[in-house]
Design a protein around this ligand. Structure first.
Ligand code: ARG
Length: 703
């Protein structure tokens, strides 16, 4: 024995794998050898005794996991926070450990019932005693962390575990002497990794491989310069040697079958207190009211999943069930997050879901003045596609010009308060911008089962359509197009050049001619290819009738550009009779406005192409105003641009052969968007056939 460090251990008389409460135990029930376990444990005991003082807590029959004394509680100085096991399989160990602590003069704190915390398995002191690293995500509840800070008077840094193989913090994280840290980064979420990197400098972080991690290399006992563990790879031993640590390997394979190794089998019961340090905990909690069709629309599941997926934890304090099918339910949910930053991101996601309400006293939105034109205050709220309201002086004010990725600008006029979504570059001095996430709500369409079924022709719920669904979508789109046209509505088409290559040009032209399109958005290329086809029968030099490249055909493209440039604009070329058919021809002849947005790879460009992108974005937004439906035809760039400018509630149909584009656009979470993965030429031809079949939209029968 060389130090005053003490460990508490528990002999494995009753050790076995009797149940499954972690992935390591699966398939291992009664598969560990009692004899070998005793032998391995004795060896560990022997090593510990050479370097520290060892105390023994008597094992208890019926509590096989009691050997893992790391889970007895968390000790700092003479204070202990007793574990509250998550699983009933281990809860019976609590009184025995409690007894030992009391008998040995510790002050024991017990957490409220139903607030799991698994002791030093999930809470590890920095070896310099500067702070406590505390895990959550599997066994320990985040809400226990503030208690640790309070009772132990120490700063608590919360780390979220995300890999169920590493369900306790000590299975993947091991603070070492001199500020070193042995850990397995993929076991943590990105926020936690960032926190670790902020606190432990690069030279002090020793990240291990998965192969070492599954051998429980992080589950190590560090006593000054020695590190005791089940097994380490040569490179890991070398890395540790470089910074002055000597690894002592001692096989603990029988205990691995229960999901534990060296560190789990020990509890360090002497942890010096640093008097100059005090509690600090960044865990934040808030109570929310959720209201709506919580159950039958799945809203409650989505809300709770979202809290956990974003690094928080929750407790449902109250739930009142709407008993009638049409009545709504209400839930009171306490949300905790490891930091203010994480809390903000959780709240903004909850706002997107709609139905979230903060308690009365914190309802008004916060805002800050713009002090530099075109720059929003830090921490500005990022707008979404959903209709939004902000609460100012106790009143909910509707936000105008809803779009995503903007800021909410507030102007106080003599007539009242005006709130609108603005691009960052457009915010002006004299305006205020909404910051933080308080006092903001979104109004989401009710998605009760009743409603969904009531709208006979409800648009398909968001989703990517596979081959078999293409026809059904085409029928729906045709029906909608007819209804919008006949009702004097507005359809905007965004299109890429593929429409022309795939032979869809004539169909799109026909749609325009027949009054189904009220504005066209695209780039330089779609117009050139379309005009090339109209003038020369080729698209990028390929004969559109025969599908073969025409000799010298690629020059067609540039000749077309040159010709249009000579006339000064597409409209003038149409007027002069140079262009006699096609998409652009129909736009000009039928007075359908279009905007061609330029890009770095444009040839020419055509005189009509707007190379000032800020102007092009503004023009797109202007043409999109009031749209009832947007047809997005094979253009990733223009479609995503348009998607960002468009509020929820506008029907969006995205057709692309590339599922990634379709998924991106139909993932807006808005029920009105539908994606179709198919050839756009084929889609347009089916669409026209379908439109021809419709005599009147109201007699159309769709199965
Ligand atoms: N079978 C035990 C459990 O699942 C193993 C505990 C390991 N202890 C630890 N500190 N990681 O609870």
């Amino acid at each position: 024995m060389t130090s005053q460090i003490r460990f508490l251990i528990c002999p494995p008389h009753y050790y076995d794998v009797d149940y499954v409460i972690n992935p390591w135990m699966e398939g291992n029930i009664h598969k560990s050898s009692q004899e070998r376990a005793v032998e391995q444990w004795d060896k560990l005991h022997h090593i510990l005794k050479e370097h520290a003082i060892v105390d023994i807590v008597p094992p208890q029959k019926g509590w096989p996991d009691m050997v893992f004394t790391a889970n007895a509680g968390l000790v700092l100085g003479k204070t202990v926070v007793l574990s509250r096991f998550l699983h009933k399989e281990r809860q019976g160990e609590e009184p025995y450990f409690n007894q030992w602590f009391e008998d040995n003069g510790y002050t024991v704190h017990e957490l409220p019932k139903d607030l799991p915390f698994e002791g030093a398995g999930d809470a590890l002191l920095d070896r310099e005693g500067r702070w406590l690293w505390a895990g959550y995500g599997f066994r320990t509840e985040l809400d226990s962390h503030p208690y640790l800070a309070k009772w132990l008077d120490i700063e608590v840094l919360s780390l979220r575990l995300i890999d169920e193989r590493f369900y306790h913090l000590d299975t993947c994280f091991c603070p070492l002497a001199n500020g070193y840290l042995l850990y397995y980064p993929p076991a943590f979420d990105s926020y936690s990794n960032r926190l670790i990197e902020m606190r432990v400098s690069q030279e002090k972080r020793i990240a291990i491989t998965e192969a070492d991690a599954v051998n429980f290399a992080c589950n190590a006992v560090n006593i000054e310069s020695i590190v005791v563990m089940n097994k380490a790879s040569e490179p890991l031993k070398a890395r540790l040697a470089e910074v002055g640590f000597r690894v002592i390997e001692t096989p603990l394979t029988e205990f691995l079958k229960a999901g534990g190794a060296a560190k789990c089998l020990t509890l360090r019961v002497t942890e010096p207190v640093r008097e100059e340090l005090h509690a600090n905990v960044s865990v934040e909690s808030r109570v929310f009211n959720l209201e709506g069709h919580l159950l039958d629309s799945g809203l409650i599941n989505r809300a709770l999943d979202l809290i956990v997926d974003n690094g928080g934890s929750f407790q449902v304090l109250n739930f009142s069930l709407g008993e009638q099918r049409q009545s709504t339910s209400a839930a009171k949910v306490k949300v905790s997050a490891p930091s203010h930053e994480v809390m903000e991101s959780i709240i903004s996601h909850l706002i997107d879901l709609g139905a979230v309400d903060l308690p009365q006293d914190e309802r008004d939105a916060k805002s800050e003045p713009v002090i530099q034109a075109g720059v929003a205050p830090d921490d500005f709220y990022v707008s979404t596609i959903y209709p939004t309201e902000v609460r100012i002086n106790g009143e909910w004010v509707k936000v105008h010009n809803q779009r995503m990725d903007g800021a909410i600008a507030i102007t106080r006029t003599p007539k009242g308060i005006v709130a609108q979504c603005k691009l960052l570059r457009d915010v002006e001095v004299g305006e205020e911008v909404v910051v933080d996430v308080l006092g903001i709500r979104t109004i989401r369409k009710t998605e009760s089962r009743e409603k969904r079924n009531a709208e006979e022709f409800s648009f398909m719920s968001a989703g990517v359509s596979s081959e078999r669904r293409v026809e059904l979508v085409v029928e729906q789109v045709a029906w909608e197009l007819r209804k919008i046209r006949d009702g004097g509505g507005k359809v905007v088409v965004t299109t890429g050049p593929v429409v022309i290559h795939t032979g869809g040009g004539e169909h799109l032209a026909q749609l325009i001619r027949e009054g189904y399109v009220q504005a066209l958005l695209g780039g330089n290329a779609i117009a050139i290819h379309d005009i090339e086809q109209a003038m020369m029968g080729t698209s990028l030099g390929v004969d559109m009738k025969r599908g073969v490249a025409v000799r010298g055909g690629h020059r067609h493209h540039l000749k077309v550009i040159n010709t249009i440039r000579r006339y000064g604009s597409i409209a003038k070329a149409v007027e002069a009779g140079i262009i006699q058919s096609g998409v652009m021809y129909e736009c000009v002849s039928n007075g359908v406005p279009f905007c061609l947005a330029g890009s770095i790879r444009d040839d020419g460009p055509l005189p009509d192409t707007e190379m000032n992108l800020i102007k092009a974005q503004t023009e797109y937004a202007r043409l999109l105003k009031g749209a009832d439906m947007i047809l997005m035809l094979s253009s990733m760039l223009h479609s995503i641009g348009v998607g960002n400018m468009t509020p929820a509630g506008v029907k969006m149909v995205c057709v692309d052969i590339n599922p990634a584009v379709v998924t991106k656009l139909s993932d807006r979470g808005s029920i009105e968007s539908v994606g179709v993965v198919t050839d756009v030429g084929l889609f347009l031809s089916l669409l026209l056939q379908q439109l021809q079949k419709l005599t009147s939209p109201y007699t159309a029968k769709v199965s």
